[in-house]
Design a protein around this ligand. Structure first.
Ligand code: SDX
Length: 393
């Protein structure tokens, strides 16, 4: 029952989409970017190198990476006119609303990179979006806290530049903590791509009509915002704070198991993973490392998260339904320790996922066979019938 979708070419007969970028084995808890395990990339690589891998299919040589980083670095500024766009929002607007609106507004500024049939313009749009997303997200944060915009600095690496744009203020010298910069870069890598999740499918479907690339990415931002998807990191930290102390965990576990209660354990469960989300394992290690280096390893929220994970993984409901922590379970604890408000968690997810959205957009446009078209449906409404005048109803 319900709408069973059938798909145009570009989807295999099972209704799944073809792509060579990211592989997930939900039962084994495996995630590969172009064949490389996420654990190795998180440990040995960095976000822009991973971006190159996702976009072009291979790890770059030193010269290729230097050229790619140079092109991204030199496009981090926004058109100055866009700064006025931010000022049109209410100060208390959610940063995701600002990011979504501003990314869409880029369609009005960068006309020389919107012809999706032109390979060079696609490349220019690709670099612009990866380069400018940190500035958009940082300025959305600055606007929401009433602080002046901080311009990007080409002397800083990608993650450090983002932290500097978020936390430096004109009244003093902000020195980027290398521990936080490394942790930020790793969070970007862990969120870069994830196969055909809801927001990536949104970008693919929007792009299949030939729409403006910036507008398509804005559609992906909108979809990611939902609490069942990218908004879960914000909802998860709120939940952990609401639980407050380990002794209250059983009360929330009971709510999560109650079919009549809409409450779900945020940061738990996944449409694909029926085993540990490998990103959650790396994120948990990173949380321990970062909070330890910051001297806040006894952070009560981290303690509640670890105890909640332990109890849930021993509970037959979660074991039977194969519910494990996902990427959103520990990420908020790290971002909170960095000084970000919960409202910035999903914009940071969107910043990182822009690389995945763009990689999948590029792949689809470069191979017409992969272009997904108009999904069909199994109609379950009334059969044909004649109009009835209002007096006869
Ligand atoms: C992301 O697709 C992606 O790849 C997404 C993502 C990415 O990188 O793009 O990985 C990022 O979105 C991660 C997911 C973040 N969302 C949350 O953490 C929100 C909480 N989780 C859920 O809402 C839920 O787990 C979903 C939406 C993620 C998946 O829901 P499903 O498809 O219903 O999960 P399922 O089919 O595996 O559920 C099986 C059962 C169901 O009960 P029954 O109908 O069998 O009785 O488990 C229950 C669900 O109700 N269940 C939960 C639960 N998640 C599923 N019960 C309590 N708490 C939960 N978190």
């Amino acid at each position: 029952e319900g709408g069973v979708f059938t798909f145009d070419p570009g989807y295999t007969s099972t209704g799944s989409c073809e792509s060579a970028i990211t592989y997930i084995d939900g039962d084994k808890g495996e995630l590969l970017y172009r064949g490389y395990p996420i654990e190795q990339l998180a440990d040995k690589s960095n976000f822009l190198e991973v971006a190159y891998l996702l976009l072009y299919g291979e790890l770059p040589t030193a010269a290729q990476l230097e050229d790619f980083v140079g092109r991204v670095t030199n496009h981090t500024m926004l058109h100055e006119q866009m700064s006025y766009f931010f000022r049109g929002f209410r100060r208390d607007a959610h940063p995701m609303a600002i990011v979504c609106g501003t990314m869409g507004a880029m369609a009005a500024f960068y006309h020389d990179s919107t012809d999706i049939n032109d390979a060079w313009q696609r490349e220019v749009a690709t670099i612009r979006m990866i380069a400018k997303m940190p500035t958009i997200v940082a300025w959305a944060y600055k606007y929401s806290v009433g602080q002046p915009f901080v311009y990007p600095r080409n002397s800083l690496d990608y993650a450090s530049n983002f932290l500097n744009m978020c936390f430096s203020v004109p009244t003093g010298e902000y020195v980027v903590n290398p521990i936080l910069s490394r942790a930020m870069d790793r969070i970007f890598t862990l969120h870069a791509d994830h196969e055909q999740n809801a927001s990536t499918s949104t970008v693919r479907l929007a792009s299949s009509s030939g729409a403006n690339p910036f507008a398509c990415i804005a559609a992906g931002v909108a979809c990611l915002w939902g609490p069942a998807h990218g908004g879960a990191n914000e909802a998860c930290l709120r939940m952990l704070r609401q639980i407050g102390t380990p002794d209250r965990i059983p009360e929330f576990i009971a709510k999560a198991k109650d079919k009549d209660d809409p409450f779900r354990l945020m940061g738990f469960g996944h449409r694909v993973y029926k085993n540990f989300d490998p990103r959650a394992k790396v994120m948990k290690q990173s949380a321990d490392e970062v909070l330890g280096l910051l001297g806040i390893e006894n952070n009560p929220t981290l303690q509640v998260a670890k105890e909640l994970e332990r109890i849930a993984l021993e509970d037959e409901y979660f074991v039977e339904k194969k519910l494990y922590p996902n990427v959103d379970f520990y990420s908020g604890i790290i971002l909170d320790a960095m000084g970000f408000p919960t409202s910035m968690f999903t914009p940071i997810f969107a910043l990182a996922r822009t690389v995945g959205w763009i990689s999948q957009w590029k792949e689809m446009l470069e191979d017409p066979h992969l272009k997904i078209g108009r999904p069909r449906q199994l109609y379950t409404g009334p059969t044909q019938r004649d109009y009835v005048e209002v007096e006869d109803r």
